[in-house]
Design a binder for this molecule. Structure first.
Ligand SMILES: Cc1ncc(COP(=O)(O)O)c(C=O)c1O
Length: 458
């Protein structure tokens, strides 16, 4: 791979200087002179001649980053029996900045030419890639600028600043942030680092595969969350080279299915990306090097529903005592949703690749997960408004061992007689069976019951 020193010549703007024409947005100085309509090419990600990462690249990356990133545990899960497969979790959310992105970031930064390392790098990212670059940039003394979209969690923006990165927050989405980063990089001579497609990034991510095969040599399959494709490409090369029989299964969220679209088309295609719990996977157009590298090595791609991602996050907290973000939990979500029945009885490694879930979002996700399991239930029931009517209802609920979390009554909008009241409850149950029992009891005693148990089959 010869991407080490050639950025200077391709870029050609090494000595550009800011001319001071700046404005502030969210307390951050923005360069108003940048031409954001110009398409700045990325010399390392050229769709007309993609770079296919090979096993030597991954081995070189492993040698280079040894000691610089954690070798994370890959341990047998408590859930193995429940899903009738030997499930091993590769816990890369235990990296210092909370994700596998450190592998690629560390390798890329260690391969920069001296002059590029002095000048620095720039990247667009909503989170994990930015954090990884900021952290390893500080350790390796490479100046790092990250451009984060306005939607990036405050927590991650602040963490990047704390690591000493120059942080620019601009753009409604990742695409706009990237355009700004490419333009600023060109102007200031900073190398743009694609977080899922630069060949060194892909090779770095592949090092996780070398660890996995050493830790679980008898593995049959690996389930890998897919965003821009860097992780699955690196892992596929490492695993298939060392053990060709291993099945590689990629997982996308139902709200971002760009990799499957690209596999079908044979090239990256722009796809619509919706709001998803797996924000790390929300990439509108996947990487061309990653696609070319992974193509032919992926045995199956599956799409998980959002409710199963919430459920997977909840199960990991409750059963594994692991805080994993949506993107990192997508592999387990695929198992829970029943999308990989062919793996029953097999030894399966699931990459838990990130743990940076926004604390404010975590509470909501847990509630979603509880609702998806039928353990948090919302229903309405019309009862008598005479003295004792509501007390009778709460008594019936209590007798079932169901706990009321929230209760309110509505009178003004009821169509029935004026001596009725609609009581709306949010309650906690033991499980879906318990919730169904509650529903039956309510229907037995009251003529008007609104009960929707929208629980996906486990
Ligand atoms: C936690 C987590 N998992 C998985 C992915 C997907 O990785 P890739 O974009 O290389 O496919 C990302 C990407 O940011 C991530 O942050």
């Amino acid at each position: 791979m010869t991407t080490e020193n050639d950025y200077d010549s391709v870029n050609g703007h090494a000595s550009s200087k800011m001319n001071g024409n700046t404005r502030e947005e969210n307390g951050v100085e923005l360069d108003d002179e940048l031409d954001l309509t110009e398409v700045v090419p990325d010399p390392y990600c050229d769709e007309t001649s993609p770079y296919i990462v090979n096993f030597n690249d991954v081995s070189a990356a492993a040698y280079k980053i040894k000691g610089g990133v954690e070798k994370t545990p890959c341990s047998l899960s408590q859930m193995s029996k429940q899903y009738d497969m030997q499930i091993y979790f590769k816990k890369d959310f235990l990296q210092y900045t909370g994700s596998f992105k450190e592998r690629g970031a560390r390798y890329l930064l260690s391969q920069l030419s001296q002059s590029q390392a002095k000048r620095g790098v720039i990247a667009a990212s909503a989170g994990n890639h930015a954090l990884a670059l900021a952290y390893h940039g500080r350790l390796l003394q490479v100046p790092v600028t990250v451009v984060m979209p306005l939607s990036a969690p405050m927590m991650k923006v602040e963490s990047c600043r704390q690591q000493g990165a120059s942080v620019v927050v601009t753009g409604m989405d990742f695409g706009e942030a990237k355009r700004y980063a490419m333009a600023l990089g060109k102007k200031r001579g900073l190398m743009y680092v694609n977080g899922y497609d630069h060949p060194h990034i892909v090779a770095g991510q592949g090092t996780m595969g070398l660890e996995i095969i050493e830790q679980v040599p008898h593995m049959d399959a690996c389930i890998i969350p897919v965003g821009g494709g860097g992780l699955i490409a690196g892992l596929a090369i490492a695993l298939k080279t060392l053990k060709p029989g291993v099945q590689i299964i990629g997982v996308e969220s139902e709200r971002s299915t760009g990799f499957q679209a690209a596999l079908a088309a044979g090239h990256p295609v722009r796809t619509h990306v919706g709001q998803t719990l797996a924000d790390g996977l929300a990439v509108p157009i996947v990487g061309c090097n990653s696609l070319a590298t992974a193509q032919g090595h992926i045995d199956k791609m599956v799409t998980v529903r959002e409710s199963y991602i919430a459920l997977a996050i909840l199960r990991l907290i409750e059963q594994e005592k692991a805080v994993v973000e949506g993107a990192g939990a997508a592999g387990l979500a695929a198992i829970i949703e029943g999308l990989v029945p062919e793996l029953k009885g097999k030894t399966v490694v699931v990459a838990l690749c990130g743990g940076n879930i926004d604390t404010t979002a975590l509470g909501r996700v847990i509630e979603r997960g509880l609702a998806a399991e039928g353990r948090l239930v919302r229903f309405g029931v019309t009862v008598s408004d005479r003295p004792g009517g509501i007390a009778e209802l709460t008594k019936r609920i209590a007798e079932l061992g169901v706990s009321i979390k929230d209760i309110l009554h509505e009178r003004a909008w009821l169509q029935t007689d004026v001596f009725s009241v609609m009581v709306r409850c949010v309650v906690e149950t033991r499980d879906i069976g318990h919730a169904r029992l509650l529903e039956r009891e309510m229907r037995k005693h009251y003529s008007h019951v609104e009960f929707s148990l929208d629980v996906p089959a486990a």
